[in-house]
Design a protein around this ligand. Structure first.
Ligand code: SF4
Length: 234
């Protein structure tokens, strides 16, 4: 199937129907469906917290595009994980960057916009670059999991991204943290070293802290604020 001639309404219908049909399918089968359906107009997005979805996708489609958003605020460990993934895995890592460097943003909006208006900072450094980067694709895969936080509990394995008018594939939505750890161990998958240092979810350095015992995985993101998502998935 080629999707160029399909309307957004066709894609939405396809996404919703497939989400129901593949609810109990394995992550590999969900990715296989996405690759068979969209071919080169499918990509994986990765925050480089780990390379689990990129690894799964590369088993189905060697050389698959893996899109990484370099906000300019990442931990060095995250950039190192991105470089290691590009060096050792059979994937095509594509790095997206915001229009402004951090220095340019500071000059226009003042320093530490992330402390004063994180929604605006995320909009410029994450949401906009991703929106522009995804224009080359009809479908994108994420590593979202239902067990990460209450806001992600209803994540479909295949759904419709109304904001970007694209099919959104979450092949490990049903996985638990234990499933991820088992897959990482069995396949020797690259992970961000910060996961061994008290971080359960890795985002931009100014907006990420270690989690405390009993907190959910995303409690360390924008801690102390009502914000829970950067706008990529909310
Ligand atoms: Fe800015 Fe923080 Fe959002 Fe990163 S997570 S783009 S630093 S507000």
């Amino acid at each position: 199937m080629t999707t160029a001639q399909h309307t957004a309404e066709d894609l939405r219908h396809l996404a919703e129907q497939t989400g129901r049909e593949l609810e109990d399918a394995s992550a590999l089968d969900i990715l296989r469906w996405a690759v068979d359906t969209f071919g080169p107009r499918f990509c994986v997005t990765s925050s480089m917290e780990d390379a689990v979805v990129a690894h799964l996708a590369s088993r189905v489609a060697p050389g698959v595009d893996v899109v990484f958003l370099d906000t300019g605020y990442h931990f060095p460990e995250t950039i190192g994980t991105r470089d290691a993934v590009a060096a050792v895995m059979d994937v095509n890592v594509i790095t997206l960057t915001p229009r402004q460097t951090v220095a340019e943003q500071d000059a226009e909006y003042g320093p530490k916009l992330h402390d004063r208006d994180p929604d605006l900072c995320c909009a410029m450094r994450k949401v906009k670059p991703l929106e522009e980067g995804l224009t080359a694709y009809d479908a994108w895969a994420t590593g979202l999991r239902r067990d990460e936080s209450p806001t992600r509990a209803g994540t479909p394995v295949v759904g419709w991204d109304a904001k970007r008018q694209k099919v959104k594939v979450s092949p490990i939505a049903r996985w638990t943290q234990e499933d991820v750890e088992t897959y990482v161990a069995e396949h020797g998958v690259l992970t961000n070293p910060l996961l061994m240092d008290g971080y359960a979810s890795v985002g931009c350095a100014p907006c990420t802290r270690r989690v405390l015992e009993g907190e959910d995985a995303r409690a360390g993101r924008w801690a102390g604020r009502s914000k829970t998502e950067c706008g990529l998935h909310g």
